[in-house]
Design a protein around this ligand. Structure first.
Ligand code: CU
Length: 149
């Protein structure tokens, strides 16, 4: 049998390596009854470093494009109507939108670990919000879900 400290060590390394979570975000023409049209689902994710997020083109005509990314992360843009997997290797917040449907309020947030770039997100969000002719309150709701330290 393993000693207790060794067991703890094994469990710790397993939880950080083997159990990286694979998130999925559906790109939809309509959400639940009270959510309205053109929506990412889920629109807010709190992930850990090492997790992945795959954008699924459940309905056609959508993509996802970063607006703010964590400090050391690269900007990203998924091709229209194609599945795309994003690896989350930097801590902080990704604020993103659907290029064709920003005007209709199609935005999302991925928080990776701690919200290290929260001040940048708060500073840049109003400009994105000003382009949301429909459902601008969606971005307020998402910003309110961010878990700050
Ligand atoms: Cu869209």
């Amino acid at each position: 049998m393993f000693s207790k400290p060794l067991m703890l060590l094994l469990l710790t390394s397993l939880s950080s390596l083997a159990f990286a979570k694979e998130w999925q975000v559906q790109m939809l023409n309509y959400g639940a009854a009270n959510e309205g049209g053109m929506i990412f689902q889920p629109a807010y994710i709190h992930a850990d470093i090492g997790d992945t997020v795959t954008f699924i083109p459940t309905h056609s005509g959508h993509n996802a494009q970063s607006y703010v990314v964590p400090k050391e992360a690269k900007k990203w843009k998924t091709p229209l109507d194609k599945e795309y997997t994003l690896r989350l290797d930097q801590e902080g917040i990704h604020l993103y939108y659907c290029t064709p449907h920003l005007m209709m309020g199609m935005v999302g947030i991925i928080q990776v670990g701690e919200a290290k770039n929260l001040s940048v997100v708060q500073q840049k969000a109003p400009r994105l919000r000003s382009k949301m002719a429909l459902k601008p309150a969606r971005i307020d709701d998402l910003l309110a879900m961010i878990q700050a330290p």
